[in-house]
Design a binder for this molecule. Sequence first.
Ligand SMILES: Cc1ncc(COP(=O)(O)O)c(C=O)c1O
Length: 409
Amino acid sequence: MSSGRRHAATAAERPDWSSLFASRTKLGGGELTAILSLVGSEDTITFSGGFPAPETFPVALVGPILSDLLTHDPAGALQYTPTEGLLSSRTAICELVAATQGTRPELSDVLVTSGGIEALQLLCRVLVEPGDAVAVEAPTYLGALMAFTGSEATIVGASMDADGVCVDELEQRFSSAQPVPKLCYVIPDFQNPTGLSLSAERREALVALCRSYGVLLVEDVAYRELGFAGSPSAPSLWSLDPDSVLQVGTFSKILFPGSRLGWAVGPSQVIAMMATAKQNSDQCAGALGQRVMSAFVEGGHFPSHLAAARALYEGRATAMLDALDHHMPEGTTWTRPRGGFFVWLTTPPEVDAIAMASKAHREHVAFVPGVPFYADGRGSNQVRLAYSGVPEDRIAEGVKRLGRLLRNE
Ligand SMILES: Cc1ncc(COP(=O)(O)O)c(C=O)c1O
């Protein structure tokens, strides 16, 4: 009788499938896979992935919600849902957006997505054709860059300073880019990867600029509710112009990423087209995650949950900033975030951050070098450090090791 074990083929015996891969597989994606693959290495101090702290996961509240759902409505909780999302979860998103941004979306302006990244993928499916231009902050979120380049868009990057993206530079790019970008993607609050936020004045200017050029402004609010001072001080771009701004949100950072849940809120015409595109991809976001989220919102748990998460991340950010002050050699600079998950470090120009990442790995510290956050090869002497998933005492040790490495460079 056969043991049931699969015969282990040697590398030479295995068929090579790579000649069948579609050309779009060459359009990138390896960087994110490499970051995610580091999650399991326990002895490494991992400043690489933008992972939420497991300590913030509301296990004690989610347990009873799940048990209640499975007792009273198992058929609903475990069934497919409408493509645009369950009415209860779209209503919960309207509640949350109204409470935190001061403007309530209509139900027809809301699409429940399988995470923020899916909202970006759907937008690309709906809007971006090969050769279209997409404007972004330089640097920006790697997953968004991958979505845009994967759709064969031409990326138009505008620099950032302490007040966020330079709107003057964007205006120059809009007036000179051929073609004019179809969409402009920004992360106005505690940006990934820099931790910087867009000033209130620039928000107004950016909304007016995009409107005047007919560019769809896409606002990613992944970290907006994680400001250490509590409620955000500047208005969301969507609240400034709901007819011209498409907001992408996610529950990954403010609740947990395990249910892959996010939202798109914006002009109903775009939302309806994104829902059609969703029918041809995953068809609907998972019911279970949607039901847990809406029960969490209806139960009024978000304010205290967010307050605890903000306090924890503020502690970690402070630990990282203190350690950087203490251990970094002269000539190295970094941002001082007031919320979110990230510090953005700039070393002297001669340091090669990619080479340093491999050396750091040997010292059991991981970070993401700056280059993949740009579309044009910049960032060779920059580094993203995520403090979100690392306990305070480990942060100090990790930064100490990085300081030692940098001094040797
Ligand atoms: C700015 C930004 N947007 C969106 C996402 C995607 O989040 P998810 O797909 O987990 O909802 C992330 C995750 O790192 C992010 O940093």
